[in-house]
Design a protein around this ligand. Sequence first.
Ligand SMILES: [Zn+2]
Length: 112
Amino acid sequence: MTDETRKELEIKIKALIVKSELDIFDMEQNSKPISPENSIGRISRMDAINNKSVVEAALRNKRQKLGKLKVALANIDKQGFGICMQCKNPIQPARIMFMPESSRCVHCAARR
Ligand SMILES: [Zn+2]
């Protein structure tokens, strides 16, 4: 990986981290506990509960991705960055640009 690509990637990862943190903040606002004395009625309440579990699942994914992005940012200057953890070949640059948090190449990720 060239220094230029690395620099570009670093900027991109930082932007993605900020975006993820904002998304997580938004989603947390949407997954506030539903109060039992809610006057919205039974059906709406069931809707609210369904929405809440959807938001919570999405929130878990977001948090996982944010964690991986932070790891990627911490490792970006290290030798092993951009190397597939499974086959030790370089990860395709397009893949890293698209998903900087990936630690495996396209082939290994497809095989799991
Ligand atoms: Zn691989």
